[in-house]
Structures are given as C-alpha cells and as structure tokens.
Design a protein around this ligand. Structure first.
Ligand code: IPM
Ligand code: MG
Length: 355
C-alpha cells in the first residue's frame, strides 16, 4: 500500500509524524506493509515552490493508494495573493482527485462526556452524527466569481452552483452510509431562499426513490444549526452542500467537546481517498508539543477502513484511542480536572502502548 503523506503547515508535521508511528505499529502487528512518500502542500509548498499545490504533489497523490494530510495555512501566508493562498492547495487537491464526498463523523467518546459543551441531559440522549459534505462543487468552486470594484466601491461575489449529477452522487453516498448506521438521512439546504437549494432538494428526493429502506427528512440550514445543539440525537446522517457542510461539520465537531478529536475521509469514485483531521493548522501551538494527535490517528483508522478495507486494523486503532482516554490521558484541548496532562508525543505513545 502506497500512501502519499502531506504534513502541510503549523501542527501538521507533529500530528502526522505521530499518526504514522501508529500506522507502523498496526502494520507490524497485522503483517501489513505501508510505503510512504512525502509531498508539499499549502504554505510550505508556497515557500519552496511558489505555489500551494505543485504539479509534483498532484502526481505523487495520483500515484498513491491513499493520501494522509495534516493541515494547511497560517498567519505567515494571510496577506499573500488570494489566488495562491495555502487553502487553494487543499481545494485544488480535492478537485484534482475528484473527491466529491467528505465524510465527517462526529461522535462523543463516553470518556469525554464531561468535555462536551452540551447539558448532561442532552448528551445522555446520544451524539453520533455523520456529516456527508459535498466537496468539489457549490459556492467553493462556482463560476463566475469576482473580487474587485464596481460603481466606485469594493464589490465581490461567488456563485453557488449544483448540477443534478453532483447532487445525485453525494445523495447516494449519504443513503449508503445510512444503511450501515441507523438508516436516517437529513438533507440540509436553504430551499426557502436559494434556487440552487430547490434543485438540491428535488434531486435528493428523486434519488431517495432508490432507497426505500432509508428515512429521509429535510431541514433549512439555519434550523439544522440550531437543532444540532438543541438535540443532536435526532440526527444520524446529515447530507449537505460544500459551504453548509463546512460550517455544520465544525459545529458537530465542537459539540463533541473538541475539534481536536475528529477525523475525516474525502472520497471519489476511483482516485485515492484523502484522509485528514477536520481541525486546522493551529499555528498558535505549532512546534510546542501541545497538539492533540488523536484526530489524525483516527484519520489513519478511517484510511485503513475506507481505502484498504482493513476493518480489523481500523478497529484496533479506535480501541487503542478509547483505552488511552479511559486511562485518563488528555491533551490541553480535552483537559479535565484529575486527568493526566500530556503533549502530542506522550499522547501518541500512550496510544502506541495500547496497540
Ligand atoms: C475544512 C477547512 C477547509 C474548507 C479550508 C481550510 C479550505 O475549513 O476542511 O473544513 O473550507 O473546506
Ligand atoms: Mg472547515
């Protein structure tokens, strides 16, 4: 198995280094061999090559069976020409690999129930949501777009677009995912205002005809954002467009207690999938051994499950993470009174010991 590894910026390097140690150990235990090759993306790629997604990176990714990414971006590149911002590297590789489906599971580890921001009686009802976010369309990529001047003042716009085929294929991913869970899909849109959302809803309903065993509901995005904090237990799979999914997945992550815990998988039809933590590059704590490596370690687990069909190996990592939490190890973002405060390396070593 060939994995293209892109540490990226900020805490990216430290969390990816630790996640690869976990991968190695699991490989050794199950007799699997993983070959890794490194590539540049984001700010570090700009520094070395002038662009956030060098052609060499795209080639390396396409030549691999899976891609593992840390994070991109940081204040150093905030004032750079927007067309070559670090984020463009991430958007670019998603598009190049046609990774239209982004799976972001937000689950609450029971050991972290106290770190959860919600009231205990709300948490007690359960929190296990899978956000299925469309990743290569919508307002992120829609044309035309503009940033400039009009009528003597600053003016800008983007365009939210969706073709039927883009909606159908993401709806299918959501229905299939729901089949392996509790069989419920909530489609999130803004069909009371946006034309593009009315198309979205119509096609989701149409595609649902092929999944009579799945229960489909619809919510406007503002209501969905509210319901997610009011009673997340009502949700199983949430399917939505690129922008709404970006926002709702951060919300879903945060209510579990820490965005530092959540992994993600970006998948297409044929190309290698990309696996990354949903948090960012956290430049404020980079290089200080403070980052929580668990989201990246769990992204490796998603990679084993989705890219390599190695569910036993994936389970092994998830159980090791749970056990580590059980033993009381906590990085700063999930710290609780009486717990064992550890940094990025020590947290990873505790996980390694549990494999
Ligand atoms: C995410 C991030 C990215 C996005 C940024 C870094 C471009 O917020 O993966 O959620 O908006 O998709
Ligand atoms: Mg985001």
């Amino acid at each position: 198995m060939k994995i293209c590894v892109m540490p990226g910026d900020g805490i990216g390097r430290e969390i990816v280094t630790q996640a690869l140690r976990v991968l190695d150990k699991v490989g050794a235990r199950y007799g699997r061999e993983f070959q890794t090759i490194e590539a540049l993306i984001g700010g570090c790629a700009i520094d070395e090559t002038g662009v956030p997604l060098p052609p060499d990176t795209v080639a390396k990714c396409k030549d691999s069976d899976a891609v593992l990414l840390g994070a991109v971006g940081g204040p150093k590149w905030d004032t750079i020409d927007p067309s070559i911002r670090p984020e463009k590297g991430l958007l670019g590789i998603r598009k190049e690999l046609n990774l239209f489906a982004n799976l972001r599971p937000a689950t609450l580890f029971k050991q972290l129930a106290d770190a959860c921001y919600l009231r205990p009686d709300i948490v007690a009802r359960g929190l296990d949501v899978m956000v299925v976010r469309e990743l290569t369309g919508g307002i992120y990529f829609g044309e035309p777009r503009f940033d400039g001047m009009k009528d003597g003042e600053r003016f800008g716009f983007n365009t939210m677009t969706y073709y039927e085929h883009e909606i159908r294929r993401i709806a299918r991913v959501a229905f299939e995912a729901a089949r392996k869970r509790s069989g419920r899909v909530c489609s999130v849109d803004k069909a009371n205002v946006l034309d593009v959302s009315r198309v979205w809803r119509e096609i989701v309903i149409d595609e649902h005809a092929n999944y009579p065993d799945i229960e489909l509901s619809h919510l406007y995005v503002d209501n969905a954002a509210m319901q997610l904090v009011r009673d997340p237990s009502q949700f199983d799979v949430m399917v939505t467009g690129n922008l709404f999914g970006d926002i709702l997945s951060d919300e879903a992550a945060a209510i579990t207690g820490s965005i530092g815990m959540l992994p993600s998988a970006s998948l297409g039809d044929a190309n290698p999938g990309l696996f990354e933590p949903i948090h960012g590059s956290a430049p404020d704590i980079a290089g200080q051994d403070k980052a929580n490596p668990l989201a990246t370690i769990l992204s490796v687990s998603m990679m084993l499950r989705h890219a390599f069909d190695m569910s036993e190996e994936a389970d092994c990592i998830e159980q090791a993470v749970e056990k580590t939490l059980e033993q009381g190890y906590r990085t700063g973002d999930i710290m609780q009174a009486g717990a064992k405060a550890v940094g990025c390396v020590a947290m990873s070593e505790a996980v390694l010991a549990n494999i």
